[in-house]
Ligand binder design. Structure first.
Ligand code: NAD
Length: 418
């Protein structure tokens, strides 16, 4: 097959490489010239294990190149759309998908298959198929084929998960789904389940919404546990011994590219809703404020003047052991603190631009807030850290401190037991 991948970001570039190394001829269309230049020089612009070696290999075999010129997509049999679908004011911006479809309409031949991998609101793939029909004068299911193949990979494990994850593929027509399934079989070893396009869109969004709502429920439990004098992490561990219960992990918030966005995508084309999903979003978005309330409580107990205080945030990434700060609750926390305290410091061993060392970041500080569950933060020498601080307040936003360190005023999300 000659495949055109549109949008060479976190999803598009690994997907293009995967198709190229499975024997297809792949052209990657990307609007950012700097990205195209870098990719063609054999260097990925995203951080992902194995990506540079794999990219160099497919370039050397002349199976893949990147371009900014839509004309280079002429003669392509399969188009894969991997552009971003961001939120603007809590509403999906589908202009990138629509622009990609308009580009495809200009170069598409009869018999082409168009796959939308981008996460989109229910109904979008069908709408895009209709737009292609209008623009091309051809008919979906007869002259060309459109399917949705949502992506489930997790950054950091993309090349493994592309192969072994199971996939849902939904066709606008049944034949489209069958053609897309055949295509993904070139490298997918997991199950492939076939359905219609709108169901596939909904499945993808339901998966992430389930996780977001479950975390919000865990956060509500944490808030209650704080009031009942209970350690919510112990309570959840015990509740999860029930064979049909799986409560997620509470904490300072939900970040990353997908979870904070996908519930809004799920709601965006609905006329009516019950409100649960939106409430869960609001709970998770509000968690940095809960951590802040714990800090203020501690400062009041110790008579610390907020305006002259120094606060150190440990971790800026949205989750442990990565450098990804997209929608990170730690950034929100920093924003909330700025202007209220004398100085906000951040230390994240994975992220440049934060303090160079933990010692530097805590020296003379009045409080530490743990915002990311990096491995490095799990076994810190609190005696040593305490000696460097001006006042010893520790707020655990991630439930990584089992026993409060001696000499600290300790508070944590979900830690009513201290
Ligand atoms: N990143 C993830 O972990 C992940 C996981 C599952 C699903 N998704 C979904 O996949 C989609 C892509 O996500 P991503 O993280 O790869 O986004 P990204 O922002 O990293 O990449 C999108 C790329 O598309 C390019 N682009 C935009 N419009 C274009 C056009 N008309 N022609 C050519 N290039 C164009 C952009 O310049 C950008 O480089 C989103 O819908 C996202 O929700 C992402």
């Amino acid at each position: 097959m000659k495949i055109g991948v549109i949008g060479l970001g976190y999803i598009g570039l690994p997907t293009a490489i995967m198709f190229a190394s499975s024997g297809h001829q792949v052209v990657g269309l990307e609007i950012r010239e700097d990205v195209v230049r870098k990719i063609n020089s054999g260097k990925a612009h995203i951080i992902e294990p194995e990506i540079n070696e794999r990219l160099k290999a497919v370039i050397a075999e002349e199976r893949f190149y990147a371009t900014t010129r839509p004309e280079d997509l002429r003669g392509v049999n399969v188009f894969i759309v991997c552009v971003q679908t961001p939120l603007v004011d809590d509403k999906p911006d589908l202009s990138y998908v629509e622009n990609a479809i308009r580009t495809i309409a200009e170069v598409m031949d009869r018999g082409a298959l168009v796959v939308i991998e981008s996460t989109v609101p229910p109904g979008t793939t069908v709408k895009m198929a209709r737009l292609l029909e209008t623009l091309s004068g051809m008919r979906e299911g007869i002259d060309f084929y459109v399917a949705h193949a949502p992506e489930r990979v997790m950054p950091g494990r993309i090349f493994r998960e592309l192969v072994y994850n199971s996939r849902i593929i939904g066709g606008v027509s049944h034949k489209s789904a069958i053609l897309a399934e055949r295509l993904y079989r070139s490298f997918v070893k997991g199950e492939i389940y076939i359905t219609d396009a709108t169901t596939a869109e909904m499945v993808k969004l339901m998966e992430n919404t389930f996780r977001d709502v479950n975390i919000a429920l865990a956060n509500e439990f944490a808030y209650l546990a704080q009031q009942y004098g209970v350690n919510v992490f112990e309570a959840i561990k015990l509740a999860n011994t029930h064979p049909r219960v799986n409560i997620h992990v509470p904490g300072i918030g939900v970040g990353g590219h997908c979870l904070p966005k996908d519930p809004y995508l799920l709601l965006s084309n609905a006329k009516k809703e019950f409100g649960l999903i939106r409430l869960a979003r609001r709970i998770n978005e509000g968690m940095p404020k809960i951590a802040l309330a714990l800090l203020f409580e501690a400062f009041e107990q110790l008579n610390i003047d907020l305006a002259t205080s120094i606060v150190t945030i440990l971790g800026l990434a949205y989750k442990g052991d990565t450098d990804d700060t997209r929608n990170s609750p730690a950034l929100k926390l920093r924003e909330l603190l700025e202007g209220k305290v004398l100085e906000v410091r951040t230390y994240d061993p994975y992220i440049r631009g934060t303090h160079n060392s933990l010692e530097d970041a805590v020296k003379g500080s009045d409080a530490i807030i743990i915002a990311t569950d990096h491995r490095e933060f799990k076994n810190l020498d609190w005696d040593k850290i305490g000696k460097l601080m001006r006042t010893k307040v520790l707020i655990d936003g991630r439930g990584i401190i089992d026993r409060p360190p001696r000499g600290f005023l300790f508070k944590g999300i979900g830690r009513g037991d201290v």
